[in-house]
Structure formats: C-alpha cells, structure tokens
Design a protein around this ligand. Sequence first.
Ligand code: GLN
Length: 479
Amino acid sequence: MKLFSLTAHEILDLLKAKKVKAEDVVSSVKERIDSVETRVHAYARVFETREIASEGNENLFPIPIAVKDNICIKDNETTCASKILKGFKPPYDATVIAKLKGAGAVFTGNANMDEFAFGSSCETSCFGPTRNPWDLERVPGGSSGGSAAAVAADETIWAIGSDTGGSIRQPAALCGVVGLKPTYGLVSRYGLIAFASSLDQIGPITKDVRDSALLLNIIGGYDENDSTSVDTPAKDYTKSLISDIKGIKIGIPKEYFIEGIDPEVGLSVKAAIEQLRSLGAIVKEVSLPHTEYAVATYYITATAEASSNLARFDGVQYGLRSIPKEQRKNPIVDMYEETRNQGFGLEAKRRIMLGTYALSSGYYDAYYLRALKVRTLIKQDLDKVFGDFDAIVTPTSPTTAFKIGERMDDPVSMYLSDIYTIPANLSGIPAISIPCGFSKNNLPIGLQIMAKAFNEEMIFKIAYTYEQNTGWHKKRAGI
Ligand code: GLN
C-alpha cells in the first residue's frame, strides 16, 4: 500500500503507532505529484520545500494538504489563477492557514481553480485547465477543480477549497471525492480572496467522510477577524460518525429530478435514496417551489458582489500593473483600464459587466433588489422543509464530468452545472457531496446531503452511514 493513497485518519493511526514517519508520507506524496502532475495539472504551483514542524508530536496533524489558489498563505504568491494577481504575495495568513499551520499541516502547493472562482470546470484558469483523473479528456468540475483532482489523483492527502455556488461539491462529485460546504459563518473567510462575500465559504475536500469531519475540526470556529463569523461553541465532528440513521427524516425535493438530468445520475441517486431508506431513514417527497429561480437569483447576487469585490484590482495595490504605450485619457485612468483589460480573463470581464449592470441606478430595483427578495423565498422554502425533516438529499450535479471545451462557448449551460448546489449558498446552510456510483463509462456520480444551519453533525451522520454501507469512496481513479 502506497502512503499517498491513504486517508488522513489512516495516516494519523500509522503515525501514532510509529509505523511511519511524517517525512515518509510527505515524500510519498511528492513522488506521486512528480509522476502524475504533468498529466492532471491539479496545481497552480507546487511547493518545493515542505516543512515538517511536528515530528513526534501526537497532537498534531502533519498531513500534506493542497490549498486553493484564492486562500492567502503569507509571503507565498497567491493569484486566484488570474494574471491580474501575478506576483501578489499576501502579507498575512488566512485564518484557516494559521489554524492549519498550528496543527502542523504540510502544504503541498496551490491548487488550480477557475479564475477568481468563476466557473464550473476549472478551464478559466490563467494556468490552463486541470484534467479529471478519471478521464483526462474531461473537466474536474470547478471552481475548486484543482483541489478535487489533487485528492482524486492522490497528489495530496486532503485539500481545502471554497464554495460560492457549488465550487467544492460539484468538483468533488465529478472527481469521486467528498466535498463539504460548511454553514455560512462556521469557517472564517479572513484571507479568502472574496468572490461573493455573502455566499463564499471555505471547506474540506477529502477521500472520505471521516477526513471531512477531522479537517472541519481544524479549520472551523469563531474568528474575530471575520465579521460574519458566528461565535458558537467548538464541536468535535468525529463524534457524529455513527453508522445509524434509523428514524432520521429525509426529504427528497421533487423539483430536483427534472428534465435535463442525466439518466445515469438520476438512477444512481435514486438507488442511493433507496439504500438510505433500507438503512432505516424515513424518506418522503417534499417541495421546494422556488427552485427554478435559484440559478438566476444566484447569478445576479454573485456577479453584483463580484463586480464590487473586484474593483480593488486596479494596478495600484496588488499584482499586475500595466501601462499603455500611448496616452489615451490620463495616466491614472489609462493605467486602471490597461491593467484590468490585460489582467482579467473573459469570464471575469463578463461577470464584472453583469454585476455592474445589475447594481446600476435604474436597474438596481429591477434586478438586484428583486434577487435579494427571491433569495429570501428560496431560504423560506428550505426552512419550511427543515421544520419537518432532518435532511434533504439530492443529486450534486445534473451530469457527470463533461469534455474539456464542451461548455466554454455556452455560459448558460455552464451556469446550469450548479443548479442543485446553489440553494445551499443562497440560504447559508451546510451541504456535502459524497460518491454514490459510477456511470457506464466509469465517471463518478455525487450525492448531496443538506441540513439546517450549524447541523453539520446530521450531514456527517447520514454521509458516514451511507459510506460505511456502500464503499464507493474506496474506488480510486486509475491514473
Ligand atoms: N460555478 C459557480 C460560478 O461560476 C460557482 C462558483 C463557486 O462556487 N465559486 O459562479
């Protein structure tokens, strides 16, 4: 058994029993990166030096971890896979990074992503696309595609990503790994380069559910540096890893099994739901009537917030500065325009324009304000179901991994990739994606489990029970 193929909890057991050393694990992962990275391209940059600060300390987690390229590591180039941040070295650590350093984590590199986390395929990165380890002609999903592909290809033991509309769960589903978007406010966003501040959340991407709970234990918790961080007592999520869901009430939203869903995905998810029923859950159909407005609501809210967050990248403080050869207006305006024109990719420009339009006077009420109202209706639909049910189970993505290039010229079909994941962001609730089967051509399929805000325990319990009784997570990409 190669060390790189193990989960973090398996490695921790071996470390405690003194059967392996942290440096053996780190070099095993490094060798793996050396042998497959040129084919997968999961990383924006691989770190050459990997400090192991914790040899011999049993309370620490000297586990290799990949970090999405939008989470600040002090003095380490962090670019959101955008040319505009080339050369930007943050002067501080994100809170999750400080916590990971405190836990003895060993950083493998910055995982590739869609530029500024705009996308569902990891193709808009200025470093070029990441490939799906299950089929190198296909996308890994996005925007945390690099993090998910790195875990699926064993180029790291675990990873962190960010999820604004599905960017942890959708790539986890397409790569056959476990991805959790925690409740909004549970994990600090301090040092996460903002896309849409009211939706963004950092979370774990792991090989199994136990690792997801372990990593959430490390990165979660109150942070006074994030004004949206919620001060709740710390929990040990591994306590919820109990294989028993008898009597747990699960709702299945009828609006989620609609036209457009790949029949193989529908069948696998339905089989998973039957399995949950046979394990003792009480399963009933429910309705989330405003589901059809979720994607439109998200793309107004998210682009509005993104256009405002991205205004700070103007050539003055961060990364790239570009000055045109000839003066066009005045030197400052020329510099702003040239920097933003050269620095942002096509999708980033599209989003800045859409968001600026939705916020402009005359359109604000018709688009942005209306989207905020519909967002409340979508949240109320979910609150109502959670009045009677412990969890909601759905597919994570309507399709399996699609071909590289297939949706690049069709933004709407790309945007529809997140139809099932967006409602959790709009309403702030936690949601996980776990593997629940494979298509005929051996592509992974994901199952999404959502619960009430701050009820990650319920999610872990259901996910763990399903995983222990099925074992889809054990199948590895044969790269
Ligand atoms: N795919 C969605 C988008 O393009 C979600 C991205 C994300 O969660 N960061 O906006």
